[in-house]
Design a protein around this ligand. Structure first.
Ligand code: HEM
Length: 187
């Protein structure tokens, strides 16, 4: 298996864009509920919005397992030679940070829900069995962690998008295309 090809596999591309859409939707719904709705003023509507937030976000957990397996078995294309070793290292660290967020945010979200005694539903189809009981001490930790991680991840996603656009429009290399187009052999 070599990584000198210039495109991600079609599977990697679909996983990337699907998770990007889910992540941004979950972020926006969580942000809306957390900052514009209150139980006092909005009653059960806030509950419905949080339920939507969870149902939209939880597929990320399952998709991430597939994605990490795929990433491990299908190395990413090399970054362009025009990038300095420092920029390549920063890019790799940024990607590692985004993977960390894809793990840490759903985990803290699930712990957040279970620690207030609420379920963790997936696509309105089934619930992930609770791994912890109602727990105010745990809530005091995971609630702010979920919120701060989400904010920080939002900043990272904006940086990620800006970097991709810079590659495409300023550096005029194939980095963005590697996530949208296909070479000869891929799956
Ligand atoms: C990648 C996935 C996720 C993202 C990007 C995300 C993002 C967010 C954001 C931005 C907020 C609002 C924070 C604020 O108050 O400013 C939030 C709140 C919340 N999230 Fe998530 N979240 C994700 C996954 C989950 C999961 C899987 C659960 C639970 C199953 C969950 C449960 C909650 C709850 C209960 C709130 C509080 C909402 C409120 O107080 O109105 N989140 N999330």
């Amino acid at each position: 298996m070599n990584s000198s090809h210039s495109y991600y596999t079609r599977t990697a591309q679909v996983l990337h864009w699907l998770m990007a859409i889910i992540f941004i939707a979950a972020w926006a719904i969580g942000f809306f509920s957390g900052n514009f709705l209150s139980y006092e003023a909005d009653g059960s509507f806030k509950g419905d919005v949080i339920t939507l937030h969870k149902n939209v976000a939880t597929p990320i957990i399952f998709l991430l397992v597939i994605r990490l397996f795929w990433r491990y078995t299908h190395p990413a294309p090399q970054l362009p030679d025009s990038m300095s070793p420092l920029m390549k290292t920063l890019a790799h660290l940024g990607h590692l940070g985004l993977y960390f967020m894809l793990i840490a945010i759903p985990i803290t979200g699930c712990l957040f829900s279970w620690s207030v005694g609420k379920p963790v539903p997936v696509l309105y189809l089934f619930e992930i069995p609770a791994l912890v009981d109602k727990n105010p001490e745990l809530l005091a930790i995971v609630k702010p962690v979920h919120t701060y991680l989400s904010w920080f991840a939002g900043v990272m996603v904006v940086g990620h998008v800006l970097a991709a656009l810079k590659h495409h429009f300023i550096d005029k290399d194939d980095v963005l295309r590697s996530m949208t187009q296909q070479g000869k052999s891929s799956n």
